[in-house]
Write a protein that binds this ligand. Structure first.
Ligand SMILES: NC(=O)c1ccc[n+]([C@@H]2O[C@H](COP(=O)([O-])OP(=O)(O)OC[C@H]3O[C@@H](n4cnc5c(N)ncnc54)[C@H](O)[C@@H]3O)[C@@H](O)[C@H]2O)c1
Ligand SMILES: O=P(O)(O)OC[C@@H](O)[C@@H](O)[C@H](O)[C@H](O)CO
Length: 485
């Protein structure tokens, strides 16, 4: 146990509630930075208020890389420090105690399956990234051909994927006469609840069509909009926690002050009283979700490649450049906002102004590398549908085309000074050669139906894309952005 919260850390208290006897009611798959800065904080808040004792969280890691989280959390009895970084340099910190158990699935899959099947487990929540849902970006259908999915669908298979675990556990509950748990997706996927329903029921149908129908009809999949910028924890953060707070924490989490969670209230087996922890419970989350994905996440992609190619490494550095900041704001106003529905209780002008301030927070130190990673799971899911809507409505698309071109230029894997760029993307082996070939064949990157559907057949988009790409090659990222203002 290296989280030593003794006399050396007067600012920090251990959670002021008795952690013994808290029951696991939520199993969370994919315990990364975000879950620990968001949902686990909300449950911790309820515990501090004397509630939620049947809603403790059992975190589960499914991927080999999660062994490090197992080791860190086990050494600290599930406790960790959450540091909130304000733009003026102030820090808030608290120790979060809601993760009462952590299971690393490869250690013992059966233990995880029985934890999921346990009658006390009433919610299974997910932050498994956009790629974790394994669906075709264009058709929206579940990809049943992925080798790990095929293996997990075999009768009697020991699961390795999220699909194998969740569906086997649901099947066990069904055969034991237990009601299904609620599956709560907290990923940045448009329509995350319905998307989860589609992919989990499609996987279940591979095993047994009737099980597929049951998962589709009997399991609740509330949708949610989740928001809190949570950068990757760095050694500097560990040092900060040690030096400023006196705590030797193996894996603290840092986040911005902003916290938002809008959640559809569909929990047949009950839920924590999230409304007492700042969560907004609604009937229909879609307008909130679209607003967030198209104004925040898509803008992140607008900052990411142009910022990196202009020589910046952090989001706040890029936003301090008036050319980047003006482009992002124009992009929000003219290409994202026209595709949004009215959002109950939200003034979009204020929302956008707040976003610009959040992106510019110098304390958070969100890296452009984080925002550039796994773009093939982001641009097609977030930006491409927005472009199609703008094309149909006759609206501007030249800024979106420039963002896609900046991704294609970044994916060439060499920056403007000839230095290598590490393209972190599950499709990197395919994308990098394709991006490089656009020096000879400028639409090569766009001619990828799995990522862009029919966008390559849209003359207005293609023309703007070619202009931006040509300018990126000739004049560089900064001059290209400046010319678009
Ligand atoms: N970081 C943020 O600012 C933020 C904010 C809002 C929402 N989110 C959502 O949370 C997700 C995770 O973000 P994070 O910052 O915690 O990332 P992270 O890298 O810290 O953690 C990701 C977790 O997901 C797991 N995972 C990844 N792919 C998986 C798969 N195919 N199957 C099962 N598990 C898988 C990893 O093993 C890890 O435990 C994002 O992709 C996004 O959808 C993040
Ligand atoms: O984490 P991703 O892959 O969904 O996207 C990268 C960022 O845009 C995202 O993490 C934001 O920081 C987050 O959505 C803010 O709430």
């Amino acid at each position: 146990m290296t989280l030593d919260l003794g006399a050396t850390a007067p600012e920090l208290d251990l959670p002021p509630y008795d952690r013994s006897g808290i029951e696991v009611g939520i199993v969370h798959l994919g315990v990364g930075g975000f879950h620990r800065a968001h949902q686990a904080l909300a449950v911790d808040e309820l515990l501090r208020r004397g509630g939620a004792r049947e809603w403790g969280i059992c975190g589960v890691g499914l991927l080999p890389g999660d062994a490090a989280m197992r080791d860190a959390l086990r050494a600290q009895d599930g406790l960790y420090t959450l540091v909130t970084k304000h733009a003026d340099g102030r820090l808030d910190a608290r120790v979060v105690g809601s993760l009462v158990e952590y299971l690393f699935a490869p250690d013992d899959p059966e233990v995880v399956l029985e934890r999921l099947a346990d009658p006390a487990t009433r919610i299974v929540s997910l932050t498994i990234t956009e790629g974790g849902y394994n669906f075709d970006q264009v058709t929206g259908e579940f990809d049943a051909t992925a080798p790990d999915v095929v293996a997990d669908a075999r009768p009697g298979a020991t699961p390795t994927t999220v699909f194998g675990y969740v569906v086997e556990a649901l099947a066990r509950r069904r055969s034991r006469g237990l009601p299904p748990f609620t599956v709560m997706s907290c990923d940045n996927v448009q329509g995350n609840g319905e998307r989860a329903r589609t992919v989990f029921s499609a996987f279940a149908a591979l095993r047994d069509p009737e099980l597929g129908r049951w998962v589709h009809d009997a399991v609740a999949f509330p949708g949610s909009m989740v928001d809190r910028i949570t950068p990757v924890t760095t050694d500097d953060d560990r040092r900060l926690v040690r030096d400023r707070l006196g705590v030797a924490d193996r894996w603290p989490v840092v986040a911005e002050p902003y916290f938002q969670w809008v959640l559809e209230d569909r929990f047949p087996l009950g839920r924590p009283a999230f409304e007492h922890a700042g969560v907004q419970l609604v009937e229909d989350v879609e307008p909130y979700e679209l607003m967030k994905l198209r104004l925040l996440n898509v803008s992140h992609q607008a900052i990411a490649y142009f910022g990196w190619l202009s020589g910046y490494r952090y989001a706040h550095e890029a936003m301090a450049d008036p050319v980047v900041a003006s482009f992002v704001r124009a992009f929000m106003d003219h290409e994202a906002t026209p595709t949004l529905r009215p959002v109950p209780g939200v003034d979009l002008e204020t929302y956008k102004a707040t976003l610009v301030e959040r992106f510019a927070n110098p304390a958070v130190r969100d890296t452009l590398a984080r925002l550039c990673a796994e773009s093939s799971d982001r641009i097609p899911k977030w930006l491409v549908p927005m472009v199609h809507e703008q094309l149909r409505a006759g609206g501007d698309v030249f800024r979106s085309a420039a963002v896609v071109a900046s991704w294609a230029r970044y994916a060439e894997g060499v920056d403007e000074q000839g230095r290598p760029i590490e393209v972190v993307d599950r499709l990197a082996d395919e994308l990098v050669p394709l991006a490089r070939s656009q020096r000879d064949d400028p639409v090569a990157f766009l001619r990828n139906p799995a990522l862009f559907g029919s966008l390559v057949d849209e003359p207005r988009f293609v023309e703007a894309y070619l202009d931006a790409l040509g300018s990126l090659h000739r004049a560089g990222a900064h001059a290209t952005l400046a010319a678009l203002l």
